[in-house]
Design a protein around this ligand. Structure first.
Ligand code: IFM
Length: 437
């Protein structure tokens, strides 16, 4: 059970659970087009055991029982993502009616259960035909994405509580175009520089398009890590500053200050798209809220042998999750107060937080992880951060991208053979928190 109490968070504070389309839906039928994760996961060496989201949790068919689980836990909201290739199989142009019908059923199912729909437009399943044209490296993605955003607003805007444009632009750009760990698997600095700008430009264009359709309550979901130097040396502090630049400052400065950090621009040099500065007003279009995803801290040292970004992650010595990520709740408090003090006072939601744990229904470490991070939210709130909600990642064990089904983040266990769902102790802990008001 948790030691934090619901009333500590305030009357209107939203509690929810989060998922993403490719990680749970399966249902690669009924006209859904191919995505970059289909081909990336079908390429040997990219994912654990060559696993893909082809079946995942079959949420496409089993969504009623999953919404029942959300309702029974007492959650106020469900953060889900829409699959662009399910709605527009080619990425642009013809719309797939069966895809539209699916999200109609899902959203109506939430409303029938008194669950607020928190929609995310892009959680990494880019339609493959758009990747064929360069994907996030192509500036035209801003208008492709804005058209898709407008469609979602037209069809569902009357029923959606909030819309987030992009989930974790760092992953869309740096992780997928510099580190090559996620689809489309590039390791190329020019591709990275372009993706890092176009992902935020597309976000801004989508916000403008949704507002033009009368939509409101719009945000973006950024992921943060708390970067710390391994020692007090000037070099290690510099490494932590650079790590912070790639992971945090690029996106915060872009979205809230309308300019990218000078040191990062210097690192990308002439790989940046020409004339990008003219887009910065769109990049920094005012938002209604900010989503903060937080999992861990990173301890780094300076390594002069690493060109461009001389940052080497080292072990920090804290307890780790099954992902090997250090458990550091204070980092969440630090990030929330930093954003509040240095960037913006708009409402903030923790849109993802949680841990991978070994398989099993009894997950006391996860219960403690959630409790300690919820306490960190309260600590940030007491220091002035405008906290409006918290979403656990994730409702279900699911497809953890390059890690396949090997890492389990769920409040609810999924037996992938039978698709049987079984609530874990952490699910019961949320139930205790949310029903005990
Ligand atoms: O599973 C992912 C999710 O898709 C995005 N944020 C981090 C989670 C855990 O790695």
């Amino acid at each position: 059970m948790f030691s934090v109490k619901r009333e500590d968070f305030g009357k209107d504070f939203v509690f929810g659970a989060a998922t993403a389309a490719y990680q749970i839906e399966g249902g690669q039928l009924d006209g859904r087009g191919p995505s970059i994760w289909d081909s990336f996961s079908r390429t040997p060496g990219n994912t654990h055991n060559f696993e893909s989201g082809v079946q995942a949790c079959d949420h496409y068919n089993l969504w009623p029982q999953d919404l029942d689980l959300i309702q029974d836990a007492g959650f106020d909201a469900y953060r889900f993502s829409l699959s662009w290739p399910r709605l527009i199989p080619e990425g642009t142009g013809t719309v797939n009616q069966k895809g539209l019908d699916y999200y109609d059923r899902l959203i109506d199912g939430m409303l029938e259960r008194n669950i607020k729909p928190f929609a995310t437009l892009y959680h990494w399943d880019l339609p493959s035909p758009l990747q064929d044209k360069g994907g996030w490296m192509n500036r035209d993605i801003a208008s492709w994405f804005a058209d898709y955003a407008a469609l979602v607003q037209q069809k569902y805007g009357d029923r959606i509580e909030t819309t987030a444009t992009i989930n974790e632009p760092w992953c869309v750009s740096f992780l997928s175009h510099f580190l090559g760990a996620h689809a489309p698997g590039y390791k190329d600095i020019r591709a990275t520089a372009r993706a890092m700008h176009h992902v935020l430009f597309a976000h801004g264009k989508a916000v403008e398009a949704i507002r033009a359709e009368g939509g409101d309550n719009l945000g973006i979901v950024l992921n943060f890590e708390w970067d710390m130097p391994a020692t007090d040396s000037a070099d290690d502090k510099k490494a932590a500053h650079i790590a912070d630049g790639i992971f945090n400052r690029w996106f915060l400065d872009g979205v809230f200050k309308g300019q990218y950090p000078d040191d990062m621009l210097e690192a990308f040099g002439d790989n940046m798209p020409k004339g990008f500065d003219a887009d910065m007003k769109t990049v920094s279009t005012p938002l209604d809220w900010l989503g903060v995803n937080y999992y861990t801290r990173r301890v780094v040292e300076y390594d002069a042998n690493l060109p461009v970004f001389p940052v080497k992650p080292v072990e920090g010595g804290l307890e780790t999750t099954e992902m090997g990520w250090e458990i550091f709740p204070k980092g969440l408090e630090n990030i929330l107060t930093r954003i509040s003090d240095d960037y913006t006072k708009i409402p903030m939601y923790v849109t993802e937080n949680g841990m991978a744990e070994v398989e099993g229904m009894d997950d006391p470490r996860r219960v403690k992880y959630y409790n300690d991070h919820l306490q960190a939210v309260l600590d940030a709130k007491s220091k002035g951060a405008n906290m409006q909600g918290y979403f656990a990642w994730s409702l279900l064990d699911n497809y953890e991208w390059a890690e396949g089904y090997n890492k389990r983040f769920g409040l609810v266990h999924v037996d992938y053979e039978t698709q049987k769902r079984t609530p874990k102790a952490s699910y019961r802990a949320f139930q205790g928190l949310l029903h005990n008001t």
